[in-house]
Design a protein around this ligand. Structure first.
Ligand code: PMP
Length: 401
C-alpha cells in the first residue's frame, strides 16, 4: 500500500467493543460508544422508572428524558416538530407501520414504485399490502453502475402512483440517491415519498424538510445506539391523518366497550410501555455523532471507502460493485471464491466483514451474483482496518490460488 493521507477522525478509543478488531460490519450494526453505554446503564440503574403514568418524581423525570429524546431525534433530522417523531423498534417496524396504516387507504388500481436496490424491509411490507388491497408494485431500474436511475424513475411515474419508497443510501453499495429530485417527481404526480434512511443517518447529515420526504425511517442500532429502537418521521399533516396502528395502553384518550377515542400523534402510534431506555440511549448516540459532526463522519468514511476501492481494484479477479462516489460501504466479489469463504478467512485475521445477500436479493440478481462480501466503515474505522482487509484478501488469494 502506498503512503496514506492522514485520517480525518477515528474515535476507536471511545468504543470498548472495537479494541484491536478490524470491525468492518457497521452497516449491519454499529458498535456503541462509551457515552451510549453509560446513558443506558444509568437509565436502567439509578434513573429507571416508567414513563407517562407515574405520579412520583422519578417517573416524571424519566418521562422528561424520554420526551427530550424525541426532541433530540426531531432536531437530528430537522423535523418541524417532535410530534412528528414516532418511536418504533427500527426501520423494519417503521415501514410496516406505514404500510399497515397509511397504506390501508390504497385500493386496487393504485400503484407504488420501489427500486431494485431496496432492502427486503422496503419490499416485503408493500407485498403484504398488495395482497390485502390489490395495489400494483413497480420497480425502478438501476444505472450501469448500479445507482438508482432517477431519470428512469421519473419516467415511470403516473397519477396512479400513490407512493414512492426508496433507500437513501444502499446498504450493499453505499450509493446515495438524489432524494430531493425523487421527492419533486413523486409530488408532481401526487404521490408521497417514503425514504429508508437506515444507512444514511449514521454517515451524513439528514434534513427531512430540505429533502422533501413525507416519511423517513431509520434504526438506532446502526447509528451507534441500542437495538430495538428506531424512528419513523412523518410530515405532521400526513401523520395526523393516519389511523391508529397497534391498540393498547397509552395510545388512547378514553376507552369504553362501546367506543374508544385515540390520543393525537405521535402517542397514537406508540401503544404499550415504550422502549424507554432505548430512546434515552438513541438520544445519547445522536448527541455523540452530532458532536463529531455528520459532515466530518461523511468525509472520513468516504476517504476510507475510496482508499479501499482503490486498493481492492488492484487485486485481479476481484470485482467491485457500486458507483465510485459511494459513501462508506464497499461490496465486492472474487472469482471462484464464495463470499462466505472470504468472510471466514478474514475473521481468522481479526477482520469482520459481512458476506451474503444483505437482505437485498433483487439487487444481487441485478449484480449477477448470489452474494457479495461487504466492508462498511464507522467513526471508529481507520486506515489500519483497510490495510488489514487487504492483507486478508491477499491471504484469500493465496489459499484459493
Ligand atoms: N433498510 C436498510 C437500508 C438497512 O440496511 C436495514 C438493516 N440492514 C434495514 C432497512 C432494516 O433495519 P432493521 O433490521 O434495523 O429494522
Amino acid at each position: 500500500m502506498n503512503a496514506l493521507t492522514p485520517i480525518t477522525v477515528s474515535r476507536r478509543a471511545d468504543f470498548p467493543g472495537v479494541g484491536a478488531w478490524a470491525y468492518l460490519d457497521s452497516a449491519a450494526t454499529a458498535q456503541k460508544p462509551q457515552a451510549v453505554i453509560d446513558a443506558i446503564a444509568a437509565a436502567y440503574g439509578s434513573e429507571y422508572a416508567t414513563v407517562h403514568r407515574g405520579v412520583y418524581a422519578r417517573s416524571a423525570t424519566m418521562t422528561e428524558r424520554f420526551e427530550a429524546a424525541r426532541n433530540t431525534a426531531a432536531r437530528f433530522i430537522n423535523a418541524a416538530s417532535a410530534n412528528e417523531i414516532v418511536f418504533v423498534r427500527g426501520a423494519t417496524e417503521a415501514i410496516n407501520l406505514v404500510a399497515q396504516t397509511w397504506g390501508m387507504n390504497l385500493k386496487a388500481g393504485d400503484r407504488i414504485l420501489l427500486t431494485r436496490l431496496e432492502h427486503h424491509s422496503n419490499i416485503v411490507p408493500w407485498q403484504l399490502l398488495r395482497d390485502r388491497t390489490g395495489i400494483e408494485i413497480d420497480v425502478a431500474t438501476l444505472t450501469a453502475d448500479h445507482r438508482i436511475d432517477e431519470a428512469a424513475l421519473e419516467a415511470m411515474l403516473t397519477p396512479a402512483h400513490k407512493l414512492v419508497a426508496v433507500a437513501h443510501v444502499s446498504n450493499v453499495l453505499g450509493s446515495v440517491a438524489d432524494i430531493a429530485r425523487i421527492a419533486r417527481a413523486a409530488h408532481a404526480v401526487g404521490a408521497k415519498l417514503l425514504v429508508d434512511g437506515c444507512q444514511a443517518v449514521p454517515r451524513m447529515g439528514v434534513d427531512v424538510q430540505a429533502l422533501g420526504a413525507d416519511f423517513y425511517a431509520f434504526s438506532g442500532h446502526k447509528l451507534y445506539g441500542p437495538t430495538g429502537i428506531g424512528v419513523l418521521w412523518t410530515r405532521g399533516d400526513v401523520l395526523s391523518a393516519m389511523p391508529p396502528w397497534q391498540g393498547g395502553g397509552s395510545m388512547i384518550e378514553t376507552v369504553t366497550f362501546e367506543k374508544t377515542t385515540y390520543a393525537p400523534a405521535p402517542t397514537r402510534f406508540e401503544a404499550g410501555t415504550p422502549h424507554i431506555v432505548g430512546a434515552v440511549g438513541l438520544a445519547a448516540a445522536m448527541d455523540y455523532v452530532s458532536a463529531i459532526g455528520l459532515d466530518t463522519i461523511d468525509a472520513h468514511e468516504r476517504h476510507l471507502a475510496g482508499l479501499a476501492r482503490a486498493e481492492l481494484r488492484k487485486v485481479n479477479s476481484l470485482r467491485l460493485f457500486g458507483p465510485e462516489d459511494s459513501s462508506g460501504i464497499v461490496s465486492f466479489a472474487m472469482e471462484g471464491v464464495h463470499p462466505h469463504d472470504i468472510g471466514t478467512i478474514l475473521d481468522e485475521e481479526g477482520v469482520a466483514i459481512r458476506a451474503g445477500h444483505h437482505c437485498a436479493q433483487p439487487l444481487m440478481e441485478a449484480l449477477g451474483v448470489p452474494a457479495t462480501a461487504r466492508a462498511s466503515f464507522g467513526v471508529y474505522s481507520d486506515e489500519s482496518d483497510v490495510e488489514r482487509l487487504l492483507r486478508g484478501i491477499a491471504r484469500v488469494k493465496r489459499i484459493f490460488g
